[in-house]
Design a protein around this ligand. Sequence first.
Ligand SMILES: N[C@@H](CCC[C@H](N)C(=O)O)C(=O)O
Length: 273
Amino acid sequence: MHGLGNDFVVIDTRARPLALTTALALRIADRREGVGCDQLVTIEPPRPEDPGSVAFMGIRNADGCVVEACGNATRCVAHLLMEEAGTDTVTIGTLAGVVVANRAGADEVRVDMGPARIGWDQIPLAEARDTLHLDVGIAPFTDAVAVSMGNPHVVAFVCDAEAQGLAVFGPSVERHALFPARVNVEIVTVREDGRLRMRVWERGSGITRACGTGACAAAVAAMRRELVPRGPVTVLLDGGPLTIDWRVADDHVLMTGPVATAFTGVLDGGLLP
Ligand SMILES: N[C@@H](CCC[C@H](N)C(=O)O)C(=O)O
């Protein structure tokens, strides 16, 4: 499946448990030898600690590491589970917390991604720093904004996001000592029409065509800096637009966007044990 070209292999392990090792995840995610994807996602039985959830969503980046959140994959898994149950809403457990999703159109899903976390220790940063004006020491991240959506993000505002060498500075920012859990890296231009143009270097996956949690982080960062008014904003990714609303009532971030299924079937070819 994919959300705006951010693509996933989604494996339903509810009926058939899967011992997913890092080595196996790496093989499946490998675009040369495996199926190939930005993230590998498992649908698992619900955990007792996730109240109201019908399933747990496990997420691994293409480098095999387990991560807490993935906005685009959450829309995809929510869509699958709502189709399966014939409902318009679904509650899913993730390592970042329990999220609630709703249908927002034929192939559109809205997810309440929960609160944005902005404390330095919530990102996390290696030391106490101002997350609204963060100097990472690598241009253009000399006055950046750090936000956690359950996973860590750092956002730099630039005049022209297209002109930036994301593949050059992305890896250095991702692994900078200031970010002990590494970080997802976003460059954002605030357009004259009020929309945000964002490009992303994802932790553990590199440049992707879209990042849902990254779009949430970019919108929160722009609103914290008062570059756009608090309320719904369109974030333009390489793969298309997402609508992000940082709700005033409870500080939750709502993400609305499309879901697409590329292929459904049996993953074999010797990949699974
Ligand atoms: N593509 C995702 C984010 C996936 C996880 C991220 N690379 C991380 O390491 O935190 C999204 O749509 O949010």
